[in-house]
Every structure is written in C-alpha cells, then in structure tokens.
Design a protein around this ligand. Sequence first.
Ligand code: SDX
Length: 431
Amino acid sequence: MTDTPKTATLTIDGQSYELPIHSPTAGPDVIDIRKLYAQAGVFTYDPGFTSTAACDSTITFIDGDKGELLHRGYPIDQLAGQSHYLEVCYALLYGDLPDAETLEKFEKLVTNHTMIHEQMHNFFRGFRRDAHPMATMVGVVGAMSAFYHDSTDINDEHQREVASIRLIAKMPTIAAMAYKYSIGQPFVYPRNDLDYASNFLNMCFSVPAEEYKVDPVLAKAMDRIFTLHADHEQNASTSTVRLASSSGANPFACIAAGIACLWGPAHGGANQACLEMLKEIGSVDRIPEFIARAKDKNDSYRLMGFGHRVYKNFDPRATVMKESADEVLELLGVEDNPLLQVAMELEKQALADPYFAEKKLFPNVDFYSGIILEAMGFPTSMFTPIFAMARTVGWISQWKEQLDDPQLKIGRPRQLYKGETARDYVAPDKR
Ligand code: SDX
C-alpha cells in the first residue's frame, strides 16, 4: 500500500474531516476511515461489504470488469495452463514461484504429511453414513486441533508452518475418507508414489478388490480444478477465516469456519446447486421456463452458477473450466452429455437475455465444475468438499498474511441500530 498525498474531505453538519486515501499497486484507491468514528462520531454503513476493503493483501488480485484474476501477479489462465496445483500452492504461501529444487522439497513435504492420525478414523465412525461430506469435513477439520496440539500455537512461526503443510496435505485424505464413509466403502490410505491429484482420485475411487489405474487426463483435469479454486481474494469464506483468526483461534478452527461458510449455495455450495439445477431443467426446451423464474422479481429463484459479487464480466476460471469439461467429456466418450448440452444452451440463452446482460450476470467458476466432477464419477455431495480442499491453500495463505500484519486487530464491525431505546422492565402481571 503506497500512501499518496490524496485525501477525501467529508463534511457533516458544516464540519469537514480529511480522510487519507491510499493507492494500491492495482485496483481502486481506498479511503482510510479508521479514525472516522473517533473524529466524527459516525460509522460507515456497508452490509455485504460491497464497497469495503477489509485488509491489505499481496496474494490475489481480481479485476471484475476485465475478468482478470492474478495469483501473486500470475494470470489464472497461465497458471491453469502451464503450472500445477502444488506449485501454485507454493506461490500463494510464499509469494513467488519456486525453483525446481525448492518445488521438489515442497512437494515431498506435502506428500509425506498426507496420512491422518489413525485415531481420527474412529472420529469418522461417529457420523451417520448419510451425513453430507461437508458436515463431516467441518467436524473432522475442527477436531484436528484435538489431534495436532503441536501446531496450534499461532504465535510460533514453526507451528504456523507445520499447521499450513498439514492442512494442505491432509484435506484430500479427509475429503476422500468422507466420501468413502458415505458410500460404505473402506478408507484408502494415501500413497507417496502418486501426485496430489492422482492420490486424491485413488483414495476416492480405488477399492481393495481390484487394481485402480488413475487416468492421467482425469488427474490433469482434477489438478486444474484444484488450481482454479485455490484462492479468490476476500470472498465470504476467506473473510470468515480472517475474522476467526483475528481472535487468535487455532488454524484448524479457522479453516473449519471457512468450510462451514463455503457450504452455502450462494458461495461454494453453488457447484452442487448448479448441477442439481441442470438436472431439474432436464432438457433444453425447459430452459426458457427457468430463465423466466430467475428474472421474476417475485420469485427468489436464481440461476445457480451465474453472477458474482466481483466479476461483472466473465469469470476467467469459468472459461478454463469449460475447456476442461470438453476434454474430460470427450475422453469419457460423453461429449454429448445431456447436462453439458443444457449448460451450454442455458449459457447461450442467458447471455442473450437483456436481464442478464444489464445485471452483468455471467457464468462463474461453479457453472462448469459440476459437469466435470459428475462425469468423473463424483456425487454432487462431493462437489463442495472438493472446492473446500482446493481453497484450503488460499485460506491458509490469507490466514498467515493476516497473522504477519503488525496492524492486526480483532475484527469487530459495528451496526446501524434500529431497535428499542432504553425502557424499564415490566412485571409479567402488568404486561
Ligand atoms: C462463488 O466471492 C467470491 O469470490 C466467491 C467465489 C470464490 O471463488 O470464492 O467466486 C465462489 O461463490 C461463486 C458464486 C457462486 N454462487 C452462485 O452461483 C449462486 C447464484 N449467484 C447469486 O446468488 C449471486 O450472483 C451472488 C451471490 C453470487 C452474488 O450476489 P450479489 O453480488 O450480492 O448480487 P445481488 O444478489 O445483489 O444481485 C444483483 C442483482 C439482483 O437483482 P436486483 O435485486 O438488482 O433486481 O442480480 C440478480 C439479483 O436478483 N442476480 C441474479 C443472480 N445473481 C444475481 N438473478 C438471477 N440469477 C442469478 N444467479
């Protein structure tokens, strides 16, 4: 953040207040209101934080109008096309792309921490088999603080590092175990001879009864899905992690809070909701009916996978995801997948409709991801756990960045109070 001489003048009841303006390396200037309440006795009002910068950050930049997404300055389409998830993890965590030797060490470190404490297997068995895997993940990740006491002290740099690696390494194992548990199959241990994405696919789809071979095209698509979901600036779940961390909560509790927030259909739960919507539409001739409902002011119905708080142009991740969808469906010989037909026709009709154009509603990252994941054999209930797994590195990188911020204060928003003013208690027989 580079301070500029610019200031904003706010005048209230004839009294003027000078507010500093800070300029970023990219994106809009910010007006610093930290002293506003002390100086002017007023709060700002911004439910949903549409115009509020809650922190400084150097990790991810989004230009919603241009449809641009940078991780440590690297465009998402270049990372998705030329890098791979663990290399992107390194850049998000430490600030830049690693050299070959450093990357090899990092990948080995993650690989050697993919197993979870054997006692946690019993923890899984306390859930009902039909529990949503997200419920299991929230519970198990939160419980990690009960199993990994030696990496819960946020004031210890080494413990923060250990917790970061443990979470990135163990999330696929936990997600795969949640899946296996939900379908009544035995847990599959991670394997150190497989790369991150192949290991996850093996833990999900292999069974003791026969050899499972990971298809390299599916592994590449899986790795790309992880990369496309890795981080996304100050979205709802990342802001949840930051707020939880501002109280000094341990990293596992903070990530469990992020998982819980991501679960909502307006956020990470949209990939599951989107696929369920495509199934409900069922065929292209029913698309107009659903578009009409989404446009109907009296109907709260929304097209899942459309719209975004920040992107008022294409979500660059959706574009890459669509390419992956084509590759995976062609490999699996289901390029005429009826859901993909519905999705493409829905996208075409929605983008041609003035309502969506005026409100700048474009397909987002969740629009195509579900089609790929379903084609790969995942049930819709596993879509958001996969999003949570991939986003863990973003949550952790933002968590570390906040802890390193000397200005860190506990997050404590105020309110516009519209309730009763002070009044005396009335005895029950006098009411
Ligand atoms: C993710 O923040 C992130 O970065 C999130 C994410 C990440 O990587 O972390 O990108 C991941 O969460 C992607 C978004 C996934 N959610 C969905 O696909 C659910 C469907 N989308 C909507 O719920 C909505 O678009 C949001 C929640 C994503 C964004 O909502 P906003 O910015 O609060 O916009 P809004 O609700 O104020 O809507 C603006 C207008 C409204 O109409 P008016 O009241 O102005 O008349 O657009 C309409 C809305 O009714 N609108 C939609 C719509 N989304 C918004 N109308 C129909 N279908 C939709 N999907």
